[in-house]
Design a protein around this ligand. Structure first.
Ligand SMILES: *[C@@H]1O[C@H](CO)[C@@H](O)[C@H](O)[C@H]1NC(C)=O
Ligand SMILES: *[C@@H]1O[C@H](CO)[C@@H](O)[C@H](O)[C@H]1NC(C)=O
Ligand SMILES: *[C@@H]1O[C@H](CO)[C@@H](O)[C@H](O)[C@H]1NC(C)=O
Ligand SMILES: *[C@@H]1O[C@H](CO)[C@@H](O)[C@H](O)[C@H]1NC(C)=O
Ligand SMILES: *[C@@H]1O[C@H](CO)[C@@H](O)[C@H](O)[C@H]1NC(C)=O
Ligand SMILES: *[C@@H]1O[C@H](CO)[C@@H](O)[C@H](O)[C@H]1NC(C)=O
Ligand SMILES: *[C@@H]1O[C@H](CO)[C@@H](O)[C@H](O)[C@H]1NC(C)=O
Ligand SMILES: *[C@@H]1O[C@H](CO)[C@@H](O)[C@H](O)[C@H]1NC(C)=O
Length: 347
């Protein structure tokens, strides 16, 4: 009896395994969660989805990565961020592992890849991956801050993100040189009237002050008409802003009162929680993210972010009895990254 039951169970499991594997091979760039997808695709498509937008790759990727309320985390990587002994992407993922209440957030991370090496690496890591098509432009190598290719890549990203908003998805955008040490959703405002919450290089003490120096390396944006209009306006400046990167264009828009014109409510995030190398968080118990801003090259960022993770581990190990006297290591590699060929400093 038991034996027979087991046999039936085994046959069923083997069948499911086989079906899952079979499905996986047929649908290979559709990557992760083959079982789940297999089951979903057995269902006849409802009228709603048949009438609505045709299901495309991006829609599928967004649906898989997002939380129930159509919110997800988006990061963009190219070859330069996935290669090397310690790649930026590895550090980024390490931070989710070492952070507090951050491990499960990887399930809601969509990695947008701009070349096939980044895409292959992403799939190998069994993450949610999306391959962004980039009009034959090679976005693969390291883009030095403010090079033409760097700027092109930033604009492509703005266009992509506006597409995501138009599909009704809200998201946290994060650069991969941001370490996630605590769950940012717990620190971001849940108030739906706040359209955009954006990190700052230097926080001036007032979350509503447009005088804050914004940084587009980390922000949360809710999908609505106002934010869609913001991204459309932002992208429309592309050809009018030669030599400027998209962050500077957004700063100009802010100065020209575009946020107010669009009726956007924008919160500027305190570096106490959403910190960076421009301004360290002064409190290890509060720090949520650490961004390698005020830094020029990937190798310098990797070196100094490695030190951040070591500081974090020391902090975690030192607080057993409640007190901690840990401080951040100095960001030496980044400080040096600004020094140009013959010794004149860029910043
Ligand atoms: C689906 O749509 C078709 C045509 O648009 C309609 O005839 C049919 O009744 C719909 N089915 C359901 C279950 O709504
Ligand atoms: C979706 O849910 C998460 C987790 O509860 C929450 O932090 C986030 O703010 C929600 N997103 C939106 C757009 O309300
Ligand atoms: C959200 O913020 C608005 C504006 O400050 C305020 O009027 C409203 O009460 C807030 N809503 C919640 C749920 O806190
Ligand atoms: C957003 O725009 C759409 C299309 O123009 C419009 O139908 C809708 O009412 C708008 N929603 C809000 C909240 O303004
Ligand atoms: C483009 O730049 C010109 C000159 O700076 C300015 O007059 C024009 O308004 C700009 N266009 C947009 C769409 O901002
Ligand atoms: C550090 O942040 C924690 C959590 O927000 C807070 O409880 C604590 O009082 C802060 N410590 C200092 C010295 O500001
Ligand atoms: C906490 O740790 C410090 C430094 O290790 C030590 O001096 C202190 O006695 C400890 N306090 C308690 C209550 O164990
Ligand atoms: C340093 O660079 C400047 C401008 O790039 C150049 O004019 C100058 O000759 C250089 N000095 C040395 C010692 O190479």
């Amino acid at each position: 009896m038991d034996y027979a039951k087991n046999r039936v169970g085994n046959v069923a499991i083997i069948f499911l395994l086989f079906a899952g594997v079979f499905y996986f091979f047929i649908w290979t760039p559709a990557i992760s969660q083959p079982f789940f997808s297999f089951q979903k695709n057995q269902c006849p498509s409802s009228n709603k989805s048949a009438i609505g937008n045709p299901r495309d790759e991006l829609e599928t990727a967004l649906e898989r990565a997002s939380m129930a309320n159509k919110t997800l985390i988006i990061a963009m990587v190219n070859k330069a961020y996935v290669e090397g002994e310690k790649a930026m992407l590895d550090l980024f993922l390490d931070s989710f592992w070492l952070g507090e209440d951050t491990r499960s957030l990887v399930n809601h991370l969509l990695l947008v890849t701009v070349d096939h090496i980044a895409f292959d690496r992403c799939n190998f890591l069994r993450l949610h991956c999306y391959r962004l098509v980039t009009d034959g432009v090679d976005f693969g190598g390291e883009k030095l801050y403010m090079s033409d290719e760097f700027i092109k890549m930033m604009w492509r990203r703005t266009l992509f993100l506006s597409d995501v908003l138009k599909r009704g998805y809200s998201f946290i955008f994060t650069d991969t040189d941001v370490m996630w040490l605590r769950n940012p959703f717990a620190r971001l405002s849940q108030n739906e009237s706040e359209d955009l919450q954006i990190s700052t290089d230097i926080f001036n003490g007032d979350p509503w002050s447009e005088a804050n120096l914004i940084n587009t390396g980390f922000y949360m944006v809710r999908s609505n008409n106002k934010t869609i209009a913001l991204f459309d306006t932002w992208y429309s400046m592309k050809d009018n802003s030669t030599g400027m990167k998209e962050q500077d264009v957004l700063i100009n828009m802010k100065s020209n009162g575009v946020f107010k014109q669009l009726g956007l409510r924008v919160r500027f995030l305190d570096t106490l929680y959403f910190s960076g190398f421009c301004q360290d968080s002064r409190n290890f118990t509060a720090v949520t993210t650490v961004h390698a801003n005020c830094c020029r090259s990937i190798s310098a960022k990797v070196a100094d972010l490695g030190a951040v993770l070591c500081d974090w581990k020391r902090f975690k190990g030192s607080t057993i009895n409640g007190t901690s006297t840990i401080g951040w290591s100095r960001h030496m590699a980044c400080a040096h990254s600004w020094i140009v060929v013959n010794g004149s400093s860029a910043r």
